[in-house]
Design a protein around this ligand. Sequence first.
Ligand code: NAD
Length: 417
Amino acid sequence: MSEVNPYQSLRKQIDEAASYLDVSEGQIERLKTPERVLETNLSVEMDDGTIEVFRAYRSQFNGDRGPYKGGIRYHPQVSRDEVKALSGWMVYKTATSAIPLGGGKGGIIIDPSEYSEAELERITRAFAKELTPMIGVDRDVPAPDVNTGQREMNWIKDTYETIENTTEPGVITGKDISSGGSEGRVEATGRSTVVAAREAFDYLDKDVDGATVAVQGYGNAGWIAAKLISEMGANVVAVSDSSGGIYAEDAFDPVAVKDFKRETGSVSDYPDADRELTNDELLTLDVDLLIPAALENAIDEQLAHEISADVISEAANGPITPNADDVLRDEDVLVIPDILANAGGVIVSYFEWVQNRQRFYWSEERVNEELDETIVNQFWNLIEAYEDRDLPSLRIAAYVVSLQRVLDAGEQAGTWP
Ligand code: NAD
C-alpha cells in the first residue's frame, strides 16, 4: 500500500491542483521541486568508543512565503525522497493556514530505541552542527516530528546558540515552556480538528450540540479532540486505540476514558462501555462526525463504501487513501483535509516563533483564541474556493488555494538574477 514513492505522490497532487489554475509548466516544476536538500553523514562516537556513521537530511522545499518550517524525524525508514515529500507538504500546510512560513523537513536514518540518551545527544548535536549554517529564526525553523520532542529541540537550540554565540529561542519550535515554548501547543492539533468540524457543521446547518462522534486513536490528537468536542455539547459515543474500540450509546466522559487508558495502557475493558468494537466497526458507525486520529491509510476504498458519517475531520496525516477519497466525494461525505484540520500544531508553532521574536509571551486563552480565528478564517476561505470554482472537494480546494498563495508570493518576488 505504501510502496508509492511519497515524492512522486506530492508531485501528482500539485499537478492536479495546478490543473485548476492558470500556471505555466516552469512555475509548476518550480513548485514541485525542493530548493535545496542537505545530505550529510554524521560520524559519532558511541558509548563503547567505536564510531558510527548516520545519514541525515534537511530539505528546504520552498521559502517564498517565509522561513522554511517543518519537523525533524528519527526513523529507520527516513529517506531522501520521504524528506523531500514531507517538506513539500509543509509548504501547502503553512499556506493553507495562511501563516507566513515556507516548508522544510529533516530526518536521520536511525532507530533511536537502540541508542543511549548520551549517544542520542551526541548524534543530535552533530546534526545540529551541520544544520547551523542553514537554519535560523529568519531562515529555517525546525520542530519535533516522529521520535523527536522537546529534549531534542533543546539540544539543537543549545548547539546553535553556542556556535552562533547568541540567544535565539525562535530558531526552533516545540520547546518546553521554560525554554520559550508556547502555552496551548499540546492541545493545538486536537483543537484545530474540532474547530474545523464545528465550522463544517455550521456550513451544513447541523448542530454540534447533541451530535454523535467517533474518534479513532486516543493519543495526543485524538483524546484532546474528544475532550473539546464533548465540551461543545457533542456526544462521543465511540473511541479506540491500537487495542480496539469501545462504544457507549449515552456517550463517554473523555477525561475518565483518558484516566483509564493512563492506568491500564488501553481503552479496552473500560467499565462504562456498552460494548467493544473493532477499529473497522468504529470507522463505519452511523455518527455525525468521524475523527481519524491514528494512522495514515486507515480508510481504504473498500471501507470508504461503508462510511456512514456526514463529516470527517482528519486529525491524522493522510488517514484516507486517494481512492477512498474519491468514494467519499461521490457519496457526499464532507472531508476536512488534514492540511487544515490538523494544522493547529504548526499554527501554534508559528505563535511560539512570534512570541520568541517579540520576547513577549501570551496567555493560553490568547493562543486558543488566535488559533480558533485562524482556523475559522481559513475554513471559510476553502469553502469560498470550493463553491466559486466548483471544485470536487475541500482537499482539492486546499491545494488550489495554497498553491495560488505560494505562486503569488513567488511572482511578487520575481526571479533573480
Ligand atoms: P499518539 O502516538 O499520541 O497517538 C496515536 C494513537 O493511535 C494511540 O492511541 C494509538 O494506540 C492509536 N493507534 C495506533 N495504531 C492504531 C490502529 N491500528 N487503530 C486504532 N488506533 C491506533 O500520536 P498523535 O500525536 O496523537 O498523532 C496521531 C496522528 O495525528 C498522526 O497521524 C500524526 O501524524 C497526526 N498529527 C499529530 C500532531 C500532533 O501535534 N500530535 C500534529 C499533526 C498531525
